[in-house]
Design a protein around this ligand. Structure first.
Ligand SMILES: Nc1nc2c(c(=O)[nH]1)N=C([C@H](O)[C@H](O)COP(=O)(O)OP(=O)(O)OP(=O)(O)O)CN2
Ligand code: ZN
Length: 139
């Protein structure tokens, strides 16, 4: 089995709904997303011959996802009233509405799904919420 790994980071705000502790308050993290690819075979021909995938293509896909989430407020759908969302948008804040509680576990799965949709053979995503705390999602 062959593997590749690359990473990108993004700074985003979030809060955890129904969390009893400091994380129920709006706060931010520098999320570090480490993406692992796995393939039993290397490409047979063309520009990516003998590669799982060109590192350039891989890192651009991971960076593009990080860029999409960077400096946005990650909001769990339904966790804020329409009036609050409208007020934040009226102030020019950038929101990313997600259909799940914004835990590191769910964000790791989300990144895996988004990159897999693009045809990357993702085997695992490590989502670091802090330098010491990381959630892992395996495809
Ligand atoms: N399994 C998970 N546990 C927690 C998650 C999570 O996504 N998955 N998230 C949080 C909060 O988002 C919180 O921001 C993290 O809190 P904490 O670990 O306390 O992080 P700190 O930066 O404050 O770390 P210190 O060690 O206290 O400096 C909570 N749990
Ligand atoms: Zn947090």
């Amino acid at each position: 089995m062959y593997g590749l790994k690359t990473e990108a980071s993004f700074d985003s705000a979030h809060f955890l709904t129904d969390y009893y502790g400091k994380c129920e308050n709006l706060h931010g993290h520098r999320w570090r997303m480490v993406v692992h690819l796995e393939s039993p075979d290397l490409q047979a021909d063309g520009t990516m011959k003998d590669m799982v995938m060109d590192f350039g293509v891989f890192k651009r896909a991971v960076r593009a996802l990080a860029e999409e989430l960077d400096h946005t407020f990650l909001v769990e759908e339904g966790s804020l009233s329409d009036a609050t969302l409208a007020a934040l948008e009226a102030e020019g804040f950038s929101l990313t509405i997600l259909p799940f509680r914004t835990t590191a576990e769910n964000l790791a799965r989300y990144a895996c799904e988004r990159l897999t949709e693009q045809g990357l053979p993702v085997s695992q995503v490590d989502m670091y919420e802090t330098p010491n705390n990381c959630a892992v999602y395996r495809a």
